[in-house]
Design a protein around this ligand. Structure first.
Ligand SMILES: Cc1cc2nc3c(=O)[nH]c(=O)nc-3n(C[C@H](O)[C@H](O)[C@H](O)COP(=O)(O)OP(=O)(O)OC[C@H]3O[C@@H](n4cnc5c(N)ncnc54)[C@H](O)[C@@H]3O)c2cc1C
Length: 402
């Protein structure tokens, strides 16, 4: 059986695993990326915050996909609940904090293609198209055995970027805390008659957000959160019927719509690992945290995970330290916990305040949005924090190489 030895093995070739592999190998660390061939096309889009775009730019990835991305210059929140206590409409404008855009929306397939193209050009990165069958923790190494006779990879540190059912998380003996929500997210890409004016619009409805996010040209992506009662009915709509339903729900904001092929269905839930690193394994992306697609947090958090482990590994290597030592995995846990917990709580609270029929909670949400609408300095502080969280800005997010 063939054996490959590296300093670090990354398991999982989604956007977070690829970013971690590019970051580490770009810093000269001998890295192997074990990436299972993709089973189905990912038609979702991702709203990348400005700091994530800075990181991708620093890694020479952004130039390979920026033509496929649309700027998000304005974000509108519209209360569409028809309840007694309704929040005022709030519009955030990136120009108010001196930015050209809060971030960019891009189809995942273009982002993945750019990351893969960059990965192929880094000499210290070896790509293996296989499944990690088992991950075994040893005293001085992690050993990953691969499918289809690809042999094994031994490394000092494993980065688990292997998504929700992570084998790395299991190998490290890490439990998760999970929560199901009584909602499903339906995703569509649309062409439309009227321009979006680089503005994303989030209608807050009693079953969850209905969010339109610009794509290049007269196209947008839609994340449509529905409750279980209406999910099956909407899920079976197609063609003109579906287009009319979407146009009606969006109050004809974008005029006539045409729905593109490849809708997605995602039951809503959250799952957070109790630890993000131990036993020579660190968890990044959805192996560490899954959250509902509300407020565009998931992948942005995952990219900060990748940037953080890249920074810690590069520093450990410069010091001649063991890259899988407890010191590094504990430090990673410490550096990522507050960011993940605070984002997860914020998403949970916003979602619950929409679902709840409890008047004081609806009132609190409305009052919070009223304050944001009225108080300029508060609004600008919230916008700055959203784009670049003060407490968690790894070097790559600041545009600095590792
Ligand atoms: C509807 C929806 C909309 C979203 N919109 C946004 C948004 O606008 N902004 C945002 O920031 N986030 C968004 N997210 C979240 C974002 O999509 C996720 O955070 C992101 O896809 C997670 O990437 P990942 O690389 O961690 O996981 P994945 O994309 O799941 O990748 C994991 C990879 O690991 C591979 N793998 C698994 N097991 C093995 C194994 N044993 N061996 C080898 N490979 C393995 C899989 O094949 C896969 O390629 C959204 C999510 C949803 C559901």
């Amino acid at each position: 059986m063939s054996k490959v030895t590296a300093e670090v093995v990354v398991v999982g070739g989604g956007p977070v695993g690829l970013t971690a592999a590019v970051a580490l190998a770009g810093a000269g660390i001998e890295t192997v990326l074990v990436a299972m061939p993709v089973a189905a096309a990912d038609n979702r889009t991702t709203a990348l915050l400005a700091s994530s775009v800075t990181a991708l730019d620093t890694l020479d990835v952004w130039e390979r996909c920026e033509d496929h991305a649309a700027p998000l210059k304005r974000m509108r929140l519209v209360d569409d609940t028809a309840r007694l206590l309704r929040a005022p409409e709030v519009c955030f404008d990136a120009a108010e904090i001196g930015l050209p855009a809060f971030g960019y929306n891009i189809e995942n397939r273009h982002l993945l293609a750019a990351l893969e193209a960059r990965a192929r050009h880094i000499p210290s990165l070896r790509l293996i198209a296989a499944k990690a069958e088992t991950v075994t923790v040893g005293d001085s190494h992690i050993v990953v055995s691969l499918s289809d006779g690809h042999g094994v990879v031994a490394a000092r540190l494993a980065i688990g970027a292997d998504g929700r059912r992570s084998v790395c998380r299991k190998a490290a003996g890490i439990e998760t805390e999970s929560r199901r929500y009584p909602q499903t997210a339906l995703t569509y890409n649309l062409a439309h008659a009227r321009p979006h004016n680089d503005t994303s619009t989030e209608f807050h409805t009693a079953s969850g957000p209905f969010t339109l996010v610009p794509l290049p040209g007269q196209r947008s992506s839609l994340v449509f959160v529905v409750d279980p009662a209406e999910g099956p009915r909407i899920g079976t709509l197609a063609g003109a019927e579906l287009a009319e339903e979407i146009e009606r729900r969006s109050h004809s904001l974008l005029g006539k719509v045409a729905v593109e092929a490849g809708p997605g269905v995602f039951p809503l839930g959250s799952e957070i690992a109790r630890r993000f690193g131990q036993s020579r394994i660190v968890l990044v992306g959805e192996a560490a945290h899954v959250m509902p697609p509300i407020g565009a947090q998931g992948l942005n958090l995952g990219l900060r995970d990748a940037a953080t482990i890249g920074e810690l590994a590069a520093a450990a290597r410069r010091d001649g330290a063991d890259l899988g030592a407890d010191e590094l995995t504990s430090r990673y846990e410490h550096m990522r916990r507050a960011d993940v917990t605070s984002r997860s709580l914020a998403v949970d609270l916003l979602n619950r305040s929409l679902l709840s029929g409890f008047l004081p909670l609806q009132g609190a949400r409305g009052f919070g949005l009223y304050l944001l609408d009225q108080i300029g300095p508060l609004r600008r502080a919230v916008m700055r924090e959203g784009v670049a969280p003060a407490a968690s800005q790894p070097r790559l997010m600041r545009g600095e190489a590792l």
